[in-house]
Design a protein. Sequence first.
Length: 94
Amino acid sequence: MGAIRPIAVKLDQDMRDRLQHLAEARDRSTHWLMRKAIEQFVEQEEKREALRQDALNAWAEYQETGLHVSHDEADAWLARLEEGEEAKAPECHE
């Protein structure tokens, strides 16, 4: 981890008041709450971006190969898994 440097975030007074109220209720500093909120947001967005990239890669692979699993096949497989069965994933086909 590199050096920690401050960064300015402009908040309107209402948000500052809400943040202060929450910090007092949680016995935390407003700084701690903002860092935690940013950390959680970045982690969430990184996961979202990874999922988006996976979807784009899957779409590109489908366009290249035509291999796929139908909705009915996937739905039946997921239903078996939901019931606790050890079901093998359906084979991709054209």
